[in-house]
Design a protein around this ligand. Sequence first.
Ligand code: PLP
Length: 377
Amino acid sequence: MSLTRRSFVGALGLAALRPTTDLLALEPLPTFPPAPEDDYDLLAKLHYNENPYGPPESVRAAMNKAYKYANRYGYPDGGIVETIASHHNVDPKYVLLGAGSSEILDVVGSAFASDGKRVVGVEPSYSFVYSHVASVRGSPLTIPLTSDYRQDIQALIRLTKKHYREVGFVYICNPNNPTGRIVTTREIKELVDGIPEDVPILIDEAYHHFVQDSDYATSIPYVTEGRRVIVARTFSKIAGLAGMRLGYGIAQPELIARMNPYVTDAINAVVKHAGAAALKDTAAQAQVKRVTLQLRRQTTDELRTLGYDVIPSEANFFMVHLKRPVAPVIAAFEKRAILVGRPFPPMTEHLRVSVGTADEMKRFMVAFKEIMSKRDA
Ligand code: PLP
């Protein structure tokens, strides 16, 4: 992070940034830790699509219990693989753990698109998939989003067929980061049925838990049907465990076997217990979803009322069209101790904003009006 937090927090005055009690009264989810302890806590972190509340009590209790394994290699792992498998009704052989779903995305790249192979997908999307493939001497083969910021499935099918011999895998982020738009159940079926059946499709469902649209569904049933689909999931978003690093892939055992040599075994004891507890606490996840979607609606309604277009999002973030270059606006937010998404070329007039707490969204709106009221941010 380039900014010096102390400088701008000091300039603004700490008291100005403390959560206002009236908003917290409206906010049923306590944050963890509950009160700001240092300058970092005072930043409104609306740049990485995290869960601002942190893990619920049940998960923290599981983590506390697991600390006693810190000095062990062969510790009880909380049954994490079995818990994931039974959550999805698959055999444990279908589960591959990663230190974050990033590791799963990287492992798919290394296993299927290294050394001259291509990953087919759209841009902008979760670009680390493309940069990892490039780092293992493969390369991305991408098309732009449609005019309504969706992934053009028919065009992806045509592209995959045209470059069939070079294509290592197809990448679909659903919902897509940074737009928050979904690929529908029907479109996923068209893709799975429409490309040569030996081409794997990596479907990144990092934001799955926030979707409300009934035209959307997980792609895990394709795995159990025997298709070459790999679904990636993470504990970093709705489960609030980004700093602990845990994700997983669900795929046919034959594909898991091809990916296995590339995993690093870098997952710690504490997060394995946390992940197993998180999957069981469905009430906590439902509450995060409810509050997040309520705040997303409130904030995006306000932005639209001010005359800004917002891309309809099914995730815990949204993109607003600023009608001016985004880079200086991002910098202006940073000066106000508010971190927002980076630029996503070619969408250089769109700002991606993660949905934070009620207090953070209030800070965001105050800053937004102030920044956008000036000609130069
Ligand atoms: N996939 C998408 C679409 C993401 O947005 C992110 C993180 O922002 C990840 C994967 C990686 O998450 P993690 O490695 O923390 O599981």
